[in-house]
Structures are given as C-alpha cells and as structure tokens.
Design a protein around this ligand. Sequence first.
Ligand code: IMP
Ligand code: MG
Length: 176
Amino acid sequence: MMEETIRVLVSEEDVDARIKVLGEKISRDYAGRQVHLICILKGGVFFMCELAKRISVPVSMDFMSVSSYGDDTKSSGIVRIAKDLDESIEGKDVLIVEDIIDSGRTLYYLIDVLRKRNPNSVHLCTLLDKPERRVRDVKVDYVGFEIPDEFVVGYGLDYAQKYRNLPYIGVVEGVE
Ligand code: IMP
Ligand code: MG
C-alpha cells in the first residue's frame, strides 16, 4: 500500500483571512436579522465554527448529516438524510454551511428539502467550490475559494476519514 502525502493548496493564514472576510460580508448582508447556520456534517464543522466567530449579527446553529451512496471520492446523486435538524427552520433566515461543492448533487437535493419547510430564506456558503465538476446547477452565495478539480483534504475535508483536522487545505498525492 502506497502512503499518500499532502501538498498545501491554501495555507492556514489564507483560509483564516478569507473566513474573516466572509464573516464580515455575511454580517453586512444579514444586518438587523438573525442568521441560522446549518452545518452539513462532518466536513462543515471546522468551517462553521470559524465562520460563526466572525459573524457579528445574532447566530443560531443546527446540524444535519447527509450521505450519498457511492465511494469516498465520488457522489452518486442519491442522498440520504442520516441525521436531521433538531429544530424547525420555519420563518428563519437559513444559511447552509458546507465544506465543498463538487457535483452539486448533495446541495441541489438539500436546498429543495429545506425550502419545503418554509424558512424565510435559504442561502448557501461553501468554503470550497470546484465549478468544473458541477453537474447540478446550484446557486452559491458565499464562496471561500474556487479550486481546480483535485481531491482536497483538511479544514473538515477527509480522505477515508483522515486529515479533517489539518488547519489548511491540501491536495492528496500518491493515491490511485
Ligand atoms: P457533491 O454532491 O458532488 O457536490 O458532493 C459534495 C461532497 O462530496 C462534499 O460535501 C464532500 O463530502 C465530498 N467531496 C467532494 N470533493 C471532495 C474533495 O476534494 N475532498 C473531500 N471530499 C470531497
Ligand atoms: Mg460534505
């Protein structure tokens, strides 16, 4: 078995600086309102915590876990809710916080599910976006970084459940 190595794609300093900017923008956009952050587990956790600390309007949070049937690096488009939200989102200004939008299939499905629950608004914030890989049209309101079509880890993203805890974004090398 070959041991994989990690090449830094976005440094810790650059990730942190970008999250601060996103937090400030969200604070302006949601001025006078409360933003209800919905974290998509597990990948969105690190990003949501850092983002929430940079938002100056009132914040509430909830968590959802979805899994798509398929292997680790490709999503099949069939999405299952493994853990649903604890609270109703009716009348709330929902901001979905995701680690990465790849094909867009997961969020395409999820946004539809959440809209049916009568929130006041639904917007989407992702740390990373791979626009080249999109097969489903998803409107992304806040993007940390657009990245090329490479498999990345760190800041919540995993490769076989490893590397989520890296404080930077890296590319996995030495696999396949
Ligand atoms: P989508 O439905 O294809 O947009 O899938 C998005 C999900 O696939 C993300 O939430 C990740 O869990 C996973 N994913 C996609 N690309 C990567 C990657 O480069 N590294 C780690 N996970 C990824
Ligand atoms: Mg994910």
